[in-house]
Design a protein around this ligand. Structure first.
Ligand code: IPE
Ligand code: IPE
Ligand code: MG
Length: 224
């Protein structure tokens, strides 16, 4: 049976859920946050050490200002209200992506990371203003600046996900089958699960089913 160290999730479908139930995309984002909390709990229950959540892509800046502001307010309130609790639960928060936000949010992100940096039970990588192409270019520029060799190990070591094993599992909810610029390097050998349900409807049972299915897969890594 395969062990699971790292699960990555593209949490898609909030907007559609909001329109369907409340006639507002933003209320779908609010509802989606409840799923995040449930999934964190289940991840801990299953003793998985790394959880990477795609929350905002480098391409999501194309959205209307009103929606972007709502999303970042939601994040800010979540951190203000929950970071102590996450810390108590021995959870480490790491932001992956380029941190060019308002001074206020950057400070809050940095202090949340610092507060939880020594925690060991679960590491949550929150992908914010994250784009995989941007991450790879960034790694190559660091390699060039430091006159290092271009090889697999040096690239991995200079990605935002350094010190995190590659995901065993990628889940994308929302009935869409694409990667949307997420972890293109790191997903080379991950098992991919596309889930029809919209993110706010995704629950512990759905998650558990995926984890169980994964355990039974024969992973070859090129071997036979
Ligand atoms: C994913 O849900 C969350 C973010 C991208 C912030 P969407 O907002 O993309 O929801 P849909 O895909 O439009 O329903
Ligand atoms: C991917 O979802 C990004 C996040 C879940 C944060 P999108 O909804 O932005 O992806 P596309 O645009 O449909 O590919
Ligand atoms: Mg979407």
């Amino acid at each position: 049976m395969n062990s699971i160290k790292h699960v990555a999730i593209i949490m898609d479908g909030n907007g559609r859920w909001g329109i369907k139930h409340k006639k507002s995309r933003n209320l779908g984002h609010k509802e989606g946050l409840k799923t995040v909390e449930k999934i964190i709990k289940t991840t801990i229950k299953n003793k998985i050490k790394y959880l990477t959540l795609y929350a905002f892509s480098t391409e999501n800046w194309k959205r209307p200002k009103k929606e972007i502001n709502f999303l970042f307010n939601l994040l800010e309130n979540f951190l203000l209200n929950k970071i102590s609790d996450l810390n108590k639960q021995n959870i480490k928060l790491k932001i992956i992506g380029k941190k060019n936000f308002s001074i206020k949010l950057t400070k809050l992100l940095n202090s949340s990371e610092k507060k939880t940096s020594q925690n060991k039970r679960l590491q949550i990588n929150l992908a914010l203003n994250y784009g995989s192409k941007n991450e790879i270019i960034n790694a190559l520029n660091i390699i060039k600046k430091n006159k290092l060799k271009i090889n697999e190990s040096n690239i991995s070591k200079n990605l935002f996900t350094k010190n995190t094993p590659d995901p065993d599992i990628l889940i994308r909810t929302g009935n869409t089958k694409r990667l949307s610029n997420f972890l293109l390097w790191q997903l080379a050998y991950s098992e991919i699960f596309f889930e029809k349900k919209l993110w706010p409807d995704f629950n512990e049972k759905d998650y558990f089913k995926i984890l169980n299915n994964f355990k039974k897969i024969k992973r070859n890594f090129g071997n036979i």
